[in-house]
Design a protein around this ligand. Structure first.
Ligand SMILES: Cc1cc2nc3c(=O)[nH]c(=O)nc-3n(C[C@H](O)[C@H](O)[C@H](O)COP(=O)(O)O)c2cc1C
Length: 168
């Protein structure tokens, strides 16, 4: 038979458990992985970074840039932005660049890492992108992750390890 005493006790246990849950959620690092990818190479890196961060206990928001709001970036503790080299050593200019520029100085002090794939160039697009982000005052947590064309298994492992590092 369920007594009033048992109901009160269950209520107390329930409330303690939900407080613990709230504390756990508050202590989880929020990581936004926001990327643009034309043929899927940078997307593969994004997926592995997100997996690594999740494995390390972070609350991860993985988004293609066309579905990301400003708030998705600004509310995160850490951001990983991904974009391949496009144009002539440029960040993709119809979706990624406008998104980055709309955030601009609001990214000041934001812990961050950049990643992306390229082909024939020497990585100039990433250097330019890093310079732009430095002007906004971001804090880089690691060197950019750059791969040539489609990531190999070792690249994806590196991306996963990067995700884990971001969650620390
Ligand atoms: C229109 C276009 C422009 C590109 N420009 C460059 C470039 O300037 N430098 C470079 O190294 N690779 C360049 N690439 C190659 C891409 O960066 C490469 O294919 C990359 O793996 C694409 O990544 P994604 O699958 O994430 O779109 C270009 C590719 C395309 C289609």
């Amino acid at each position: 038979m369920i007594t009033g005493y048992m109901i009160v006790k269950l209520g107390i246990i329930n409330s303690l458990l939900s407080r613990r849950q709230i504390r756990l959620e508050r202590s989880m690092k929020k990581i936004a992985v926001i990327y643009w990818s034309g043929t899927g190479n940078t997307e593969e890196l994004a997926n592995s970074i997100a997996e690594g961060a999740k494995e390390a206990g972070a609350d991860v928001n993985l988004l293609a840039v066309d579905s990301a709001s400003e708030e998705d970036a600004l509310s995160a503790d850490v951001i990983a932005f991904g974009c391949p080299a496009t144009g002539n050593e440029e960040v993709e200019e119809s979706e990624m660049l406008p998104y980055i520029e709309s955030l601009g100085d609001k990214l000041s002090d934001k812990p961050m890492v950049l990643f992306g794939s390229h082909d024939w160039g020497d990585g100039e697009w990433m250097e330019n992108w890093q310079d732009q982000m430095e002007e906004y005052g971001v804090q880089f947590l690691a060197d950019p992750l750059i791969v040539n064309l489609e990531p190999e298994a070792s690249d994806l492992e590196e991306a996963r390890a990067l995700g884990q590092k971001l969650a620390e």
